[in-house]
Design a protein around this ligand. Sequence first.
Ligand SMILES: O=c1ccn([C@H]2C[C@H](O)[C@@H](COP(=O)(O)OP(=O)(O)OP(=O)(O)O)O2)c(=O)[nH]1
Ligand SMILES: [Mg+2]
Length: 152
Amino acid sequence: MPDPRVEILRLAHSHDLPLPAYQTAGAAGFDLIAAVPADAPVEIPPGARAMIPTGLVLAIPPGYEGQVRPRSGLAARHGVTVLNSPGTVDSDYRGEVKVILVNLGDATFRVERGERIAQMVVAPVIQVGFATVETLGETDRGAGGFGSTGRR
Ligand SMILES: O=c1ccn([C@H]2C[C@H](O)[C@@H](COP(=O)(O)OP(=O)(O)OP(=O)(O)O)O2)c(=O)[nH]1
Ligand SMILES: [Mg+2]
């Protein structure tokens, strides 16, 4: 089992769903699966959003985060994406991982139990120290931004 290891607690409503798994040898993310009731799919009308349960509680190791990202197929085919992308799952979070989907398409999107709705990329993250100062070091860019480079 490669390190770092992510511990997974499956809640009752996801016990029969597939465990997280990378689909290919080089996959950056593993899919997150909708743990909505089989007899109660969630319908997301155009312009609306919904919080979709995954039935998973993850213990992401210290020094890492879980990023909840859209699946490009859902975005391209249906205009459905992750509203807060990339969602941030903290290493100290011990609640159920949920996915906030938004439907930017023009048809109602139905989330069925077992559907792969998003993906999670586990990535290293650092915490910084903070120091308040009176002046900051000078740079070539200075305060230029928002399209300032290459302007004639
Ligand atoms: O797409 C997401 C985003 C967040 N979370 C969970 C895990 C994360 O650790 C926690 C808090 O997320 P965030 O910091 O983005 O939300 P907040 O609005 O700042 O809430 P809080 O005050 O709890 O930090 O919610 C999810 O399950 N899915
Ligand atoms: Mg927060």
